[in-house]
Design a protein around this ligand. Sequence first.
Ligand code: WT7
Length: 631
Amino acid sequence: MDSYLIGLGNNDTKTRHDASVDFVKFWESQAKKLDWFEPWQIPLEWNPPFAKWFVGGKINASYAALDVQKQDKIAIFWEGENEERRSVTYAQLLDSVQRLANGLKSLGIEKGDRVTIYLPMTPELVVSILACARIGAIHTVIFSGFSAQSIRDRIVDSQSKLVITADGGYRRGKIVKLKDVVDTAISDLDFISNVIVYQRTNHTITMNSKDILWDDLLEKNSNTCPPEKLESTHPLYILYTSGTTGKPKGVLHDTGGYLTHVSATFRWAFDIKDSDVYFCTADIGWVTGHSYVAYGPLLCGATQVIYEGAPDYPSHARMWDLIQRYKITIFYTTPTALRMFMKFGDDIPNSFDLSSLRLLGSVGEPINPEVWKWYYHIIGKTKCPIIDTWWQTETGAMMISPLPGLETIPLKPGSGAHAIPGVDLAILDESGNTVPPEIKGYLVIRKPWPGMLTTLWGDDEKYKTVYWSKYKDTYYTGDYAICDKDGYFWILGRADDVLKIAGHRIGTAELESSLVSHSSISEAAVCGIPDQVKGEVIIAFLVPKEGVSVSDSLKNQIIDIVRKDIGAIATPQSLYFVSKLPKTRSGKIMRRLLKAIASNEKIGDVSTLEDGAAVSEIQTAFDELKKQIRG
Ligand code: WT7
């Protein structure tokens, strides 16, 4: 296997050593790098599966991210899709954050209240997050591609009092009318007291009685708002993510532990220096944007580029043009984006000056070695280490990654190397034994870590069952992995019913319940099949009700329902109509069998994976279904 001995020359062995001696003390030493108002008394209170980090400590995320930084430094170079450009200093961010924080207070928002944020990728999104944090309101950001129904579900679950949105946002040259979506989402939600509307696109909108314009609110309010001194354990945000059950789960993160984990990993992974220009392509609607656009860079006083629109718009060269123009030094993106850029051809990146780059990152899904090598050669010109970072919405921050800011190690394309210091990972078999090297098993986390979710919003029981019931006092990630003989982790994908479409998490149950809501459909099952760009795409198997005839119009109606219930990201690529779904005797859909059929593969080891079904039954179901699909 190829091995790439590359790093930035850092060789800090003390950090790993300290972490291995006493992980709690170690995380305390990292927490001390943040600005606290009052020190903690208890570094970790661990009542499995509930952890409290830095108990007694007082901190404020917006203060640690803004007030203590060099005020005249650029925090954000913002570029709109239409090439509008803004440079925002730390002082300017702080000014807006304090005005908005006072504005929120004037509208009755208090510590602990939830605020839903549905905005395009503009500096105002960062301002909104930090304004909530300043007064101790809990922000819940919803990706601007989600539908009205999805927003409504999340607002109802979180019982948000207020929504911050924009008139619209730009996507591939078109205006996405965000305010209209919010109006539909909250039309019957009386507990929403106000909607703050930032004017991004300036198209005509209807202003309702609850609506307040962003500019008016900021102008009216003073730019002095002392940060609330919050307990370390105070909730910072809820972020909804899909799981194996019907509705998205509200992952809840605390303040002190989360900020400690995010800032430490930002420093170790990205080797951040005062002169760096960092660019993470993630939308703040996802956890990567929370941890490594909103919080990480600001906590470390970095300068970053935030880009509003589609990565291939108006041309396939958009990313390389940004890197050249802003002299970006650190670029963090997804395998899906890289596979797309690779398909566009080498000539495009080769015609730009990418020599400012010194470090490259990848996140969100497994990166295939061919793409890794392309990234390394064509974008990094063999001089940039690639950090393949594994983590989850629930872990809050990176858990596995090469850490060029700490150490120089050989890289292996497709592996994230080792667990970060202070994190205890293992790979277990079904009965909880550690598997030997090179053997596939379930990736688990054996000790609490500071960025960990504190619970699922309003549902401690579900928190216990989803993550902590498979193994005792051990966090179950839901991923398959192997560890090779050199101790490098390789993530093999999800072990549960979660799909990863272009790196986005979609729950099968959520999608199936949307599909069967069509009056012509009696049953539905979805699976993901490999795709050259998106990693995975969705295939749906549908059983129509008696007497229903399948037509293009029916297909379109069904797709519309999915877009309306969830959003365009959940659109199935193909719909197959079948007379029945293959199930085990206990009634479980044989999803892996569907996957094998849809991707035109043999059943392979399906028999060992579908519990409760005899091999012959599976074979019969497979043959029957295949006949219906493939004729
Ligand atoms: C799931 C978490 C990480 C933040 C964005 C996604 C998959 C994530 C990698 C990686 C292979 C990865 C896992 C994980 N995943 N990073 N580097 N290599 N797989 O967060 O939406 O919570 O999804 O994404 O399956 O469990 P998320």
